[in-house]
Design a protein around this ligand. Structure first.
Ligand code: F0G
Length: 462
């Protein structure tokens, strides 16, 4: 790319006011939220970088499409439009909508678990995927390359599978006990890091050798395809859609939270290559879990917005700008010495809090402490991706230590300007300057599953 930074390929037609609070107000608000930014009201947040999930801005084409929603319970016209778009992108035979990614997971994953003691293997499971694997009675094993945990040094595809480890796990657990191999693209939990085509091809070869089903967890598959185009030899001249199709050809099942690369506020889907039996199982199960197979928990207008958004997310000028915003924020932080996962990935800047606050041990949640400080500094809401999120071992109940303690500054799609990102950078840099004063956190209330969403914490003042 010869341009350093790129202005947004859109202009703003509608605005949503946001307001800054005072520091004293934020001290009180955070205390009331149990030192867990998930419990803050969004009105009390100035710049919300909690997630890029369902928080993006829709285009005027999408808003117009909403009016075309067919709200029929069965056989909605909007479903057939949505199905056609998904089939066209994936090349798969079957499409089932779901209300969001975890809806797709709760329907599809249990169908692959047919006995005790089974495992899913992924480069890195996202937390809801892990939860649904465990709820289905299986266990989730990660096997990402070790470079992923070295946040300082450049590697173009830190989301890649460790192929030797993958083969080793399959042999150690027995191929008949592997329920599926999940390609998480991009690898959200370690920095929105992409997976190369070459790596996915090798994973597919291993899967074929042992006769194992392959799944894509493709919430951000379009961003992954863009990185392949930028960083992998031989893909410079392919379109994003062609690259994405090559990935779909390597898998049997596609699960998607379309709140990300569907550019919509809600939605998910299951697409199945050609396994009629698996499709029938999912179609049966979707009815009690999500809804009739032609709406799966979505309104007709949601499916209309998605039909447009899924295609817009594959447009190159959109992707170029999106990834440029992430890089812009990452560069600002890195230039100021803040440790981040480098290079930046697709949807967020991940700050390495093991390095940021090395005096706070993993069981006192360093990244949560940094996130809270960033909120106090400027009303910016980040999210912790570390030992607080990881939770406890389901078998022993022990606090797990995450290999990375990350604060994610997640950038919603088409929502904030570069100036907002300047404010974020200034706040994080200010906290970094005062990092020695940060303290760890203990539990006031800890829920039994997915604790990070609703836990209440207390600062451990020395
Ligand atoms: N898979 C990945 C890779 C995800 O990032 C998410 C959600 C899901 C599955 C589940 O999808 O939320 O629609 O049910 N990630 C959001 C995030 C929540 O903030 O990263 P969902």
């Amino acid at each position: 790319m010869d341009k350093k930074y790129v202005a947004p390929p859109y202009r703003i037609k509608m605005v949503e006011p946001i307001k800054m609070t005072t520091k004293n107000e934020r001290i009180e608000l955070l205390k009331n939220a149990g030192y867990n930014p998930f419990s803050l009201r969004s009105e009390d947040v100035y710049i919300d970088l909690l997630t890029d999930s369902g928080t993006g801005a829709m285009s005027h084409f999408q808003w117009a499409a909403l009016m075309m929603g067919d709200e029929a319970y069965a056989g909605s016209r909007s479903f057939y439009k949505f199905e056609k778009v998904v089939k066209d992108i994936t090349g798969y035979d079957y499409v089932i909508p779901a209300h969001q990614g975890r809806g797709a997971e709760q329907v599809a994953l249990p169908q692959l678990v047919n006995k005790e003691g089974m495992f899913f293997i992924s480069n890195m499971h996202f937390d809801t995927t892990r939860a649904h694997v465990e709820l289905a009675g299986a266990r989730a094993l990660d096997c990402v390359i070790k470079e992923c945990f070295d946040t300082e040094n450049y590697h173009p595809f830190k989301g890649n599978f460790d192929l030797i480890e993958l083969d080793h796990i399959i042999n150690a657990k027995g191929k008949e006990n592997i329920a599926g191999i999940i390609f998480t693209i991009t690898n959200n939990s370690a920095g929105g890091q992409p997976v190369s085509m070459e790596n996915l091809r090798e994973v597919k070869k291993i899967a074929d050798k042992y006769g194992i089903t392959t799944l894509i967890d493709g919430a951000r598959y379009a961003e992954n395809a863009y990185f392949v185009k930028q960083r992998e030899k031989g893909y410079e001249n392919k379109t994003i859609k062609e690259i994405a199709r090559e990935v779909f050809d390597l898998a049997d099942i596609f699960l998607m939270s379309s709140k990300k690369d569907g550019l919509s506020n809600i939605g998910g889907l299951i697409a199945i290559k050609n396994d009629t039996d698996f499709y029938n199982k999912c179609r049966t199960y979707i009815v009690p879990m999500e809804g009739f197979p032609t709406y799966g928990g979505l309104t007709g207008r949601d499916m209309e917005a998605l039909s447009v958004g899924l295609l817009e997310a594959l447009e190159e000028d959109y992707l170029e700008h999106r990834l440029d915003q992430v890089r812009y924020l990452g560069d600002k932080l890195r230039d100021a010495g803040v440790p981040i996962q480098y290079p930046t990935g697709g949807h967020a800047v991940f700050v390495d809090c093991k390095k940021f606050a090395p005096h706070i041990p993993y069981y006192e949640f360093p990244a949560q402490s940094v996130s809270n400080a960033v909120y106090l500094e400027a009303g910016v809401r980040p999210v912790e991706i570390g030992s607080f999120l990881l939770g406890r071992d389901p078998d022993t109940g022990k606090n797990l230590e995450s290999p990375l303690e990350l604060m994610r500054l997640t950038i919603p799609r088409r929502t904030y300007t570069y100036k907002h990102l300047d404010v974020v950078a200034e706040a994080v840099i200010e906290v970094y300057k005062n990092r020695k004063s940060l303290v760890g956190l203990g539990f006031d209330y800890e829920p039994p599953v997915l604790r990070h969403f609703t836990a209440r914490l207390i600062p451990l003042t020395k």
